[in-house]
Ligand binder design. Sequence first.
Ligand code: F6R
Length: 608
Amino acid sequence: MCGIVGATAKRPVSEILLAGLHSLEYRGYDSAGVALLHNDELFVSKHQGKVAILEAALQKQPSPSHIGIAHTRWATHGVPSAENAHPHVSNNRVAIVHNGIIENHDQLRKGLQAQGFEFVSQTDSEVIVHLLSVELHKGSDLDSALGAVVEQLDGAYAIAAIDIAHPDRIAAARHGSPLVLGIGFGEYFVASDPLALRQVTNRFIYLEEGDRVSITPDHYQIWDKTAASVTRPVVELKDKLDQASKGDFDHFMLKEIYEQPRVLAETTSFAGLPTVDESIFGANASEIFDRVDAIQIVACGTSYHAGMVAKYWFESHLGMPCNVEVASEFRYRLRAKRPNTLLLTISQSGETADSLAALRDAAPDEFLASLVIANVDNSALVRESDLVFLTQAGPEIGVASTKAFTTQLVGVLILLLAFGRRKGMDSGFQAQLLQALRTLPDDVEAVLVQRARIEAVSERFIQKHHALFLGRGVYYPIALEGSLKLKEISYIHAEAYPAGELKHGPLALVDEEMPVIAVAPNDELLEKLRSNLEEVRSRGGELYVFAPQEANFESSDRVHVINMPHCDAITSPITYTVALQLLSYYVAIQKGTDVDKPRNLAKSVTVE
Ligand code: F6R
């Protein structure tokens, strides 16, 4: 997704802006640009492609400028190109960068064209800079001009603007897209993500919906949506910077897969087991949990798959009704009220536009309370939910989610224990679950030991264009997650089905060219799954079976068995996931794709 960095300081800022853009690269983008002010002149450089191209261009013309704004663009309106890249400029005096989508851009554009403005890009964002020009022309200062502009915008935005008549000032505003203010010594910054500024500060103000801010090197001021001057709390971030480096690994994704034993253990110990310390969810969590009879989960992508697993767990182990729905559907349909139902959102970033909109769209009397399982503290979902469980995965840089998913599942298991206490969970099962959580890091280590075997079978996917994943019961969402990972990073078209559905349609796809990946734990559905796999074998399909030794699958010419460690049934969806992550990773390596930044995808989807 798009990224914003802005800086006003008493020293040159172009290095700060570039470093900021580099740290936002993992989020996915197609072009990058910067606007710098110096000696009453606006200097703009923007390029399609990597930040490194922009960097090389700036090295040829180093700028001593003390103020600038920069952007990485992920195309929504208009193709990836230098013209469509930000910053956009009007009248050679004012420049803006924008994240989000301006829904009424067409109508605004027509009005501006009628006033004689010429548009050089196909973007929705360009209207903002010309509107700003109009307001500045009327004699407004930059801050009030931006205030007047945002009044005219429908949609979502985070905007930062500079103007040659205000040589040390950045004006910025947010509505629907994240924006933080970074506090330095004799310098202030804005960015769409604090990660972009961690090289220069660890002190941030998270701007709220409708806030505007003005920064100079010595001063900042914030106005809320009613234009009243407000103060917002300063948050000091304590996470370590080195987590954002690849270390000895070739890719962030592999590093993050390997971090799982540690972060799963940290997420478990965060809950203070054996008795869940419910204060970690929020001060009044116990009181709210006492009243919960059912759960509605809303999430997107991989986090949605975590929600699907949660449904199996809540209903089968607690008999607690649990629905799960993708946020982009949930937010747009009429819904029945659910008395005593907890609205549970699940999100790695805590900023996903659809999940956030679903939370905001829920009527005050529709649900009992809201809880988010998120990985990023201070993110919008965290700030706006009644209760929070923070997974301890640490920054996830690879676009394809790995450790965030498995720690989300641990978060769900902690919640299961919290509700188990109230819903009469069998004490034997509770002891088993606690023991399974204790041994989970070792179980995952045992899967990582299979790396070489998984890497070897991945070679067989080089020429493949399609793949089918099968699972049954709680392993169906794990099959879905495996297929999502494979398609995201290897670009192989992959589908997942509950194995029992095979003969109702997808079996027609199976021939010698179709690899079929089966998640086959030794559980009560194993024999049913075995029959499904026979159906594949007798049609010439090639099988990749992830199964423990006790399941008695034998490798042959067209059957490749990947041995899974013996581990507890309750946590084994997590261990099987790790094996499928490794498979996708190595297939992507064989295919030569950009594993950490797959094409067309963004890490944090802050637009609809
Ligand atoms: C897939 C992936 C995405 C995200 C989805 C939701 O690997 O990462 O499907 O899971 O965009 O993002 P969050 O969890 O940040 O709400």
